[in-house]
Design a protein around this ligand. Structure first.
Ligand SMILES: Cc1ncc(COP(=O)(O)O)c(C=O)c1O
Length: 408
């Protein structure tokens, strides 16, 4: 039997059925009319934001990275909870404005921004996190043509990475941001152009669980921001210190020590160099805010045995849950937390694999896990499905189409 990842704390059953957002999942499925279904538990997101606010220094603003989950109802909830939004494309700009989010609260990072995306962002008053000198030139030329003042920040390619992170976004040659040593000259050029200078974006990595490493990286980002601000000779209005706080997905993973991260950052804020005294700071988080609030529900369509192994074949799969199948940024496949949602909390009776309905051996949601015996018609749940689930999976593959999504 292979271990399953840790189910986030606080999930309970009613009559043996997993409860999400105060209702059994069977009721959510009935109301939604079908499976597969993503449920995003609003209270869990509220609690998470409140925890962060308590642990972090008050001076630190909190931004939501829309790429983690751009579901419009969830964005409207986030609009009540966070201070800003980070987007990665013109498509995400349309989604955030459609959800009623003020573009003045939005920054736009990401390599390969097309002219039409730059234009839409400048027209809307979004801050552009510039990824290259050439992108800066294009943004300035577009703003001049439109006779608008662009809001420009620089994404710095830091000379360090976030240790232990699942995805490294700094330290060495990267397609993201501008190498630190070239930044001061561009800052001066932007300031001289008459653009609104918005500051630095320093994002060193993602999905880290080690609080010490996160604190160290935030400290390095502060040191780098101070050095670059001094070298450029231009005041730094704002600095995005990145994010990278991860969530436990796999057996043995433990949650980030948020207290430690908050205390270390507060200590650094107490002792800021003169050049950063008036700078506003934020972090940008995706999965830490919404990942554990998401549950993916699918129905068992077939129960099969092959060479002595049990397969629970569901109507879901990697087309909605690429990450849980182990095919989104993981080297070795390990099991996400999962359960039989209609027998939640029942004792383990057998070893079974939960698979999807796609004809590829990659389509596995749980490999040889221990579960109560499930039958056709039972519902399965994959936890930690709130980030990079629906949005980062090939929903059109084999003509399957997207899952339903509900803010619960
Ligand atoms: C620039 C940037 N911001 C935010 C994120 C969100 O990361 P996470 O969802 O792990 O917090 C990423 C992820 O790769 C990123 O590249």
């Amino acid at each position: 039997m292979k271990a399953l990842g840790p189910i986030p704390a606080g999930f309970a059953a009613e009559g043996g059925v997993l409860v999400v957002g105060g209702k059994p999942v069977t009721q959510w499925v009935e109301e939604a009319g079908d499976t597969p279904l993503f449920l995003y538990e609003a209270d869990r997101i509220r609690d998470r934001v409140a925890q962060l606010r308590r642990a972090m220094p008050e001076r630190l603003a909190l931004h939501y990275a829309v790429k983690a989950n751009p579901f419009p109802s969830l964005l409207r909830l986030m609009n009540e909870l966070v201070d800003g939004f980070d987007i990665a494309s013109g498509g995400e700009l349309d989604i955030v404005t459609g959800a009623g989010i003020d573009p003045a609260l939005v920054s736009f990072a990401g390599p390969g921004k097309r002219d039409r995306e730059l234009e839409a962002a400048i027209r809307a008053g979004v801050t552009l996190n510039l990824e290259s000198e050439a992108e800066a030139d294009r943004a300035l030329a577009i703003a001049e043509r439109l006779a608008l003042t662009p809001r420009l920040a620089i994404r710095v390619n830091p000379d360090f990475d976030l240790k232990g992170s699942g995805m490294k976004m700094g330290g060495g040659a990267k397609p993201f941001g501008i190498d630190a040593e070239r930044v001061p000259e561009l800052v001066r050029r932007i300031a001289a152009s008459g653009a609104e200078w918005r500051g630095f974006h320093i994002f060193a990595g993602s999905q880290a669980l080690d609080g010490e490493a996160i604190a160290e990286t935030q400290g390095q980002a502060l040191d780098l921001a101070a050095r670059l601000a001094l070298q450029s000779g231009v005041a730094l209005p704002h600095c995005n210190l990145g994010g990278g706080l991860g969530i436990p997905y796999f057996p043995g993973d433990a949650a980030v020590d948020l207290q430690l991260v908050g205390e270390r950052l507060a200590a650094r804020f107490q002792d800021l160099p003169e050049v950063l005294k008036d700078t506003a700071f934020c972090i940008e988080l995706g999965r830490y805010l919404v990942g554990e609030a998401g549950i993916y529900i699918a129905r068992v369509i077939d129960r099969k045995e092959s060479h002595g192994e049990v397969f629970l074949v569901t109507d879901g799969g990697l087309h909605h849950q690429l990450a849980a199948s182990g095919n989104f940024g993981t080297v070795v496949r390990r099991n996400y937390p999962s359960a039989i949602a209609t027998r939640f909390g029942a004792p383990v009776e057998e070893e079974a694999s939960i698979v999807g309905c796609l004809c590829t051996p990659l389509d596995k949601l749980a490999d040889k896990g221990g579960f109560p015996r499930a039958e056709v018609g039972d519902l399965i749940a994959v936890f930690c499905a709130g980030a990079y689930g629906a949005t980062a999976s090939p929903a059109s593959f084999l003509g399957q189409g997207p899952a339903l999504e509900v803010l619960a």
